[in-house]
Design a protein around this ligand. Structure first.
Ligand code: NAD
Length: 274
């Protein structure tokens, strides 16, 4: 994807040229897709997340070469507020600004509520919710100074509706939708917007791994797993793609979305229309 705009004099510019974006949890899946899309739209990007150092270095080089933008990386653990503070300070220190903050890092664990391991509850709340509180509280002063900011929180359809056995995930995702609305209200007159994207099932390597695993476990075809198990709740019976989420993030980060703030936008093929 290479996004360009033609100006009135015919010259070509990218919608996020000169911007600096930080995407938490961007070493794989949705976060990586969003980081690629922001870079293709002209923004410098700081990646974050867990992974193998050599692979992360290759990803940085590749995005930078493809898009002609600076690509940095922070290994900050989203469970550690002091590491998050270092990441934000380093981003602003190196680039002089932080325009687009995408809170995407997230994990999942599935168990009945009365058997939910306490350490899993704590980890999900801290990675999927509290990390966004920390990045936002630390990024806002720099955004306020520039009178420009775009905060995009990757929530979930589970930020709007519940499913059984996902107590921590559903609580954290509902929480981040609430946090999004508070930030939108507090920044509404300052050129800053804060929105949540609420995907249903998105096609990522983790989902691909689940398809074969479930097919083997239930002795059914891949097609049946996709339609009747994974996408049981998703009326359009197709996965959203990381490219679709990347394009939406670029739009929300652009000038064109200046009046959109405080929303929780489902990208779920009709799931939450039920
Ligand atoms: P993923 O596992 O591919 O990516 C998660 C990212 O978070 C990785 O980069 C990982 O390294 C990072 N991460 C995990 N723990 C971390 C920690 N302690 N510190 C820093 N980084 C950490 O998952 P994904 O499917 O791409 O999910 C990304 C986000 O999208 C999550 O918030 C998830 O809840 C949300 N989401 C995913 C789907 C889906 O179908 N895949 C649907 C709705 C919402």
């Amino acid at each position: 994807m290479n996004i360009q705009l033609k100006t009135q004099d015919g010259s070509v510019t990218k919608p996020l040229a000169g911007r600096v974006s930080l995407v938490t949890g961007s070493t794989s899946g949705i976060g990586l897709g969003i980081a690629r899309a922001l870079a293709a739209a002209g923004s410098a990007v700081v990646l974050n997340g867990l992974g193998i150092a050599a692979e992360i270095a290759r990803t940085r080089d590749q995005i930078s070469a493809d898009c002609g933008v600076k690509v940095g990386y922070s290994a900050a653990d989203m469970t550690r507020p002091e590491a998050i503070a270092e990441m934000i300070a380093a981003t602003i220190g190196e680039h002089g600004r932080l325009d687009v903050l995408v809170n995407n890092a997230g994990i999942q664990y599935v168990a009945p509520l009365d058997q939910f391991p306490i350490e899993k509850w704590d980890a999900i709340l801290s990675i999927n919710l509290s990390s966004a509180f920390h990045t936002m509280r630390l990024a806002l002063p720099a955004m306020r100074q520039n009178k420009f900011g775009r905060i995009i929180n990757i929530a979930s359809a589970h930020g709007l509706v519940a499913s059984p056995f996902k107590a921590a995930y559903v609580a954290a995702k509902h929480g981040i939708v609430g946090l999004t609305k508070v930030a939108a209200l507090e920044t509404a007159e300052e050129g800053i917007t804060c929105n949540a994207i609420c995907p249903g099932y998105v096609y990522t390597p983790l989902v691909e791994a689940q398809i074969d695993g479930q097919a083997r476990a239930h002795g059914i075809s891949r097609e049946k797993v996709i339609r009747d198990v994974l996408l049981a709740q998703q009326p359009n019976k197709r996965f959203a793609t990381v490219e679709e989420l990347g394009a939406l993030t670029v739009f929300l980060a652009s000038e064109a979305a200046a009046s959109i703030t405080g929303i929780a936008l489902p990208v779920d093929g009709g799931w939450t229309a039920h």
